[in-house]
Design a protein around this ligand. Sequence first.
Ligand code: F6R
Length: 611
Amino acid sequence: KNKKKIMCGIIGIASNKPVSINIINSLKKLEYRGYDSAGLATLTDDSINEKKCSGRVEELEKILFKAPSNGNIGIGHVRWATHGVPNIINAHPHSSEQVSVVHNGIIENSDEIKRELVSKGLKFKSQTDTEVITLLITEALKENEPLKSVYKTLKKLKGSFALGIIFKNFSNIIIGARRGSPLAVGYSKEENYIGSDSYALKSMTNKISYLDDGELCVLTKDQISFYDESLKKINKKIHTMSESETAIDKGEYKHFMLKEIYEQPITIKNCISEYVDSLKKNINIINFPIEPNNINKIVLVGCGTAYNSCLTAKYWFEELTTIDVEIDIASEFRYRKLKFNSKNLYIFVSQSGETADTAAALDLCKKNNVKTCSIVNVIESTIARNSDWVLPIHAGTEIGVASTKAFLGQLTVLYILCLKLAIVRKDIDERTYVKNINNLKKLPEAIKECINIESNVQLMAKEFLSAKGSMFLGRGSSFPIALEGALKLKELSYLHAEGYPAGEMKHGPLALIEEGLPVIILAPKDKYFEKTLSNMQEVIARGGKILFITDNKKDSLNENIRFGLRVPHLDNLLSPILLTLPLQMLAYHVALLKNCDVDKPRNLAKSVTVE
Ligand code: F6R
């Protein structure tokens, strides 16, 4: 069975001028959602004109360059397949003579519907679940007008979708619909849009509405109508997006990832200034969904890098507050048999705010009537909109698939939240609070210093090329950073790497150490320092090649250490943030040396909107 599950980006434009160039530009912005095939369809001379390719949007652009598509109405798609080979046939849009559809999501009962339609004599061109939508609408159009046809079709579908649909015989409209996958709607003069996110529409408009689950919209070039799940006409709020987000081109940098690494002193400074009142030496976080003194437990949930930030924060909450902390990976959390408690605060950490597992974990909490908070970068996102309380990380748009500045932003907000809870609950005294705030304010400068050690990191990077794998070791709050360093190296350079608590090595992984294996030791001068050094000796004795990263001012380097790097020291609490920078750059440089696609690592996507 070759069922295609897709996580994709969609766009639709209704205009008074040709739309294909703007569709291509928007698809390029949506490539973070998927980039294994692309396509568009426009309406020209009362027929549907479809162009598709496997591979990147760039390929589609070349096709259009040779044979331009006219048409003032059009839809486009970038695809990310989780099953089967992505090819032209399975690329979207999926069109019949009458209708063309782009889809983000999964139709769970597509096999059933397909069997039904095939038994009626209908023919399928692709192996996708999406094509059932095309054929169902085509059938319904025989007896209904477009909106009714779409509505009737949606009633038959199980699963999740965001859809963009155009019609041969109704050449001035696009219909959009949402259930479970995000869909933004944009307004402009003589032009209207639908898109998987507001970012895709940003260069065209800053006026955005969001469809909620079950809702539909019909756009023409000068009008947008919205309908609820019973097809009653409704009004939607229009948000005006802020202009303050950072520029979204690479500028002088070779890759978005490098630009995003270098932006961190600024993004962290912005983040701190959003939350910290420098004059009063206070953190202006208010309106806690649960009175801080009544919080029984904090539960932190995220995926991948966001999970690593949760794991780091656990150490902070334990150190500074008396609150019990639990952490979980969203894809585990959502299926566990949990004991929900209304005195627990459930915090969801996500750069995109669209990660399917994290969003589902949040929904589960909502169903169980507990209070939720989200820490996100994209404030217009599903997770942000669905949670009781939002703490944005203010990192600006992150394009590189490997998360860098968003990770540091997540850590910073979690740390700030922790400090605020600690002082409100009187778990720390005023003096400690002010001291910690003062140190926090020094963070952007210290991050800048960390970035300046790039040339040493480049030397280190060479060590990984011929190695079988590598290990990243740390203790305490350096342990999650070891995990994050290994994750970055894996995803960017396709080399095996493991992150481990240094004290756990002798319980198994020490067997992996052999002559010349690169081992990164994270050893800030904290209460674990001496213990980490002993763990390092165990590795040296077995031939590991040590790359030592510390903030210890005294020379702890010796002849057994192949490379040493020193990051600045502010206080022990902030060391995980500073230790992250050399690891981000290490992964970047190893990937460069291996000629990997740094901004778009294979098999991945920026926003994981399927389970
Ligand atoms: C790794 C990375 C991923 C994401 C994860 C969650 O560099 O970027 O591990 O952290 O897919 O994504 P968000 O934060 O958007 O929920």
